[in-house]
Design a protein around this ligand. Structure first.
Ligand code: MEV
Length: 437
């Protein structure tokens, strides 16, 4: 049977499933049920999901959890998180409670600029192109007025537009580089629409600019698109306390801080460690970004580029001890929105934003940065004391029990049993087999 098809998107949802099942699972009685068991019984909700993307055949669920007890700039928050990794929400909650008792998190937005570019190839004299741009600039700003009017009312809009000569990096390459403030919107559509309007004005005006003698040297627009690199859409979150408040069992506060700061310094200089270190931060960041209906791919791309801004990939968090005060902070670029996109469409996203007291974009940046910092604190605290596996495998125990088909009675006996012993696949399997004998 052919594994390709034309006109697939035009089929009904049931017909699409029939094709998938007959093509890829011809011998399975299960495939169709697996796909359909995730459909919502609420037809309106299902239709909403069906229409988010093309060719929806079912829903892909992620657990939606909450981490309570976050104190951020003096305000309490319960943070919604959508994530499948067993230990992430538990770690966030633990870190939140830990810092609740030590003054909480402080966060501040440093800047909110976003960037978009029109990429141009031009083979004529550079002076002519710059003179053209001087004439063009008021026109492109004027012609985007219908697009920028509402954004300007909200205090945002186009902040600057300039032409940049990039020919030393790539032959004949120039760009219109524009800065935007998109207020509470993530702003991708706004920025891309403005850029496409710039490009259209440029194409039209090039035809009548005297110094471009003929068509062969008209500047050619290659593409117009926002950048997900947003080093000037930056937020900082921090915790601090006296080192004595960081005693961990028989590890003194001072010893704990030394180990902690050392671990951070390693992630600042060693890329192999930095990537894992930052991955742990993204466990917290992505989970909140997803729960609040933001674009986690954009956030990931921008954050990792920022982590490499010195030319080497480094830790996003930093720590020092100064005068017996432990200080731990993150600086991270986060282009987030609390209006537009999924924010008024997806019922769980709306619920998440309401749980967070309907934050504006800057407040959401602060909350998300705090989630990343908390996650990193929990990970480093475990790594430099008990090791990560103890807590991680405890949380993973339920997954292992489910994998071995443990029933409720077996779980109720084995979960307490594994509180004090090392959790591993083989140990759980052995204990289950013993019980079943
Ligand atoms: C696991 O998802 C994340 C950690 O590896 C992060 C870290 O090593 O810092 C625990």
């Amino acid at each position: 049977m052919s594994k390709t098809i034309s006109g697939f998107s035009k089929l009904s949802k049931n017909k699409k499933i029939d094709w998938i099942v007959s093509t890829y699972f011809p011998d399975s009685n299960e495939a169709k049920n697996i796909i359909k068991q995730y459909w919502s019984s609420d037809e309106k909700l299902q239709k909403l999901h069906d229409e988010f993307i093309e060719n929806t055949i079912t829903n892909y669920y992620l657990p939606f959890g909450v981490a309570p007890n976050f104190l951020i700039n003096g305000h309490p928050y319960t943070i919604p998180m959508a994530i499948e990794e067993s230990s992430v929400v538990a770690a966030a909650s633990k870190a939140a409670k830990f810092w609740l008792e030590r003054g909480g998190f402080k966060a501040e937005v440093i800047s909110t600029k976003k960037i978009g570019q029109v990429h141009i190839i031009y083979r004529g004299s550079s002076e002519a192109l710059f003179s053209f741009f001087e004439e063009l600039k008021p026109k492109i700003l004027d012609e985007t007025k219908p697009l920028t009017k509402n954004m300007e009312k909200r205090g945002g809009g186009i902040l600057s537009v300039k032409l940049i000569d990039k020919t030393s990096e790539l032959e004949n390459y120039y760009q219109i580089h524009a800065e935007f403030d998109t207020r509470d919107a993530m702003g991708a559509n706004f920025i891309n629409s403005c850029l496409e309007s710039f490009a259209n004005t440029l194409r039209r005006e090039a035809k009548t600019f005297k110094q471009f003698e003929d068509e062969t040297i008209y500047p050619k627009v290659v593409m117009s698109i926002l950048s997900n690199y947003v080093p000037e859409c930056l937020v900082r979150a921090e915790v601090s306390c006296n080192i004595d408040l960081l005693q961990e069992g028989d590890i003194s506060g001072q010893e704990f801080c030394e180990r902690f700061v050392q671990a951070i310094k390693i992630a600042e200089v060693e890329p192999y460690r930095a990537v894992t270190h930052n991955k742990g931060i993204m466990n917290g960041i992505d989970a909140v970004v997803l729960a609040t209906g933001n674009d986690f791919r954009a956030i990931e791309a921008g954050v990792h580029a920022y982590a490499s801004k010195s030319g080497q990939y480094r830790s996003l968090t930093h720590a020092i001890v100064d005068n017996n005060i432990f200080k731990f902070w993150i600086e991270v670029p986060l282009a987030l929105g609390t209006i537009g996109g999924l924010t008024s469409l997806h019922p769980l996203v709306k619920l998440s934003l309401e749980m967070l007291h309907r934050p504006n974009a800057e407040e959401l940046m602060e909350i998300v940065a705090v989630a990343g910092l908390a996650q990193n604190f929990a990970a480093i605290k475990s790594l430099v004391t008990t090791g990560i596996q103890k807590g991680h495998m405890k949380m993973h125990l339920m997954n292992i029990l489910n994998q071995f088909g443990a029933n409720e009675e077996e779980k109720s006996i084995l979960i307490p049993k594994f509180q004090d012993i090392h959790v591993s696949h083989s140990a759980v399997s052995e204990a289950l087999n013993k019980m079943r004998e």
